[in-house]
Design a protein around this ligand. Structure first.
Ligand code: BDR
Ligand code: CA
Length: 348
């Protein structure tokens, strides 16, 4: 049985039960995104995290079609005004088995809060199409190549459907066994789903890929809605942090989050947005903000009613099967949110 939906947490600094995320030296990551609004925020946080070396960012169909996700990824990088770009590669357009479902109703028809519809006074687009800086290599092959280049070092951070990762495993399991860890955003355990009553979007969109990744045997950490729903970036936060700043990044933050804040105002009665995909980045760099437990996680792939549901018994007192994942069950929401702003606005 599911518990009540999560409310803003009173969680204050509980330490991680696992030492998987003890303080580490610089970590090489590959960020795999279906670049929508919160994916864009994760990209900003990752590239402003000195503990991480972002070896590549890949796209996959999810929030919108992969063509738009790839465009949104590059648009986000341009908004950051980077002098050097990480390698970007376009990924899979269709889930392993089921037809593509998208979340354009949350992320806007362009997947990025409809920023592509914003015009300057002269009628030109405020956010024109970015330069096509995409590598010739498809995302799946890039993932395999980097796994071979950095054996036992590369951490995959998928924050969209797991299609690219699953296809890389299918294509080259030996290389993929040398992935150090997969830290993914997805799932809902003791809370309701956000697509159906029981399923979270990333897992629902490609449940077969998710099950394959969990079965593979590389260490997996799951950051589910149970914790991401505790971190809400409100319009008030944004005003307080950005204030009168008129720089490009601050403008981008306002523009990119507006439509999802309005969506949540209409549907969930708060003017704000979740920043789901930024949490796995925070978990990698600041494990002390989070609590994780070991669990045996399975994904429902067949039932019409509960497809995409993630199932695990998180009760510590119960005898449990051999774990296949760490599940994040707690976050110090206020501390993480402040850290997020400090980092993306480069305050420290
Ligand atoms: C996840 O689904 C997507 O819409 C978000 O980008 C996030 O990765 C949350 O369920
Ligand atoms: Ca995402």
């Amino acid at each position: 049985m599911r518990g009540e939906p999560c409310r803003l947490s009173n969680f204050v600094g509980r330490v991680s039960k696992s030492d998987t995320h003890g303080m580490k030296p610089m970590q090489r990551i590959l960020l795999d995104t279906d670049t929508g609004v919160d994916d864009a925020l994760a990209i900003l946080l990752a590239l402003n995290s000195p503990e991480l070396r972002v070896e590549a960012i890949t796209s996959v169909s999810g929030n919108v079609h992969v063509n738009l996700c790839t465009r949104n990824l590059l648009m986000t990088l341009e908004a950051m005004g980077l002098s050097e770009y990480p390698i970007c590669a376009k990924g899979e357009s269709q889930p392993l088995v089921k037809p593509l479902v998208t979340a354009a109703h949350v992320h806007g028809s362009d997947g990025l809060g409809d920023v592509t519809q914003l015009l300057r006074d002269d009628g030109s687009r405020l956010y024109p199409d970015p330069k096509p800086r995409v590598a010739a290599i498809p995302a799946v092959d890039l993932i395999i190549d980097l796994a071979g280049q950095y054996p036992d070092e590369l951490v995959l951070v998928p924050v969209g459907p797991l299609t690219n990762i699953a296809k890389a495993i299918i294509k080259h399991p030996a290389r993929m066994r040398r992935i150090r860890e997969i830290v993914l955003m997805g799932g809902a355990f003791e809370t309701y789903g956000n697509v159906t009553t029981t399923a979270e979007f990333n897992i629902f969109a490609d449940p077969h890929a998710a099950q394959l990744v969990l079965d593979f045997g590389v260490p997996v950490t799951v950051v589910p809605l149970d914790v991401t729903h505790q971190v809400i970036l409100t319009g008030k936060h944004l005003d307080a942090e950005i204030g009168e700043r008129g720089d490009r990044l601050s403008q981008f933050l306002r523009d990119v989050t507006r439509a999802t804040m309005e969506y949540h105002q209409s549907n969930e009665r708060f003017y704000g947005t979740y920043i789901h995909d930024a949490l796995p980045i925070g978990l990698l760099t600041h494990p002390e903000f989070f609590e994780t437990v070991e669990a045996f996680v399975q994904v429902e792939t067949s039932s019409d009613l509960t497809q995409g549901m993630t199932i695990a018994d998180l009760r510590s007192e119960r005898p449990r099967p051999k774990p296949n994942a760490q599940v994040c069950v707690g976050v110090n929401a206020e501390t993480f949110l402040q850290h997020f702003f400090d980092r993306i606005l480069q305050l420290n």
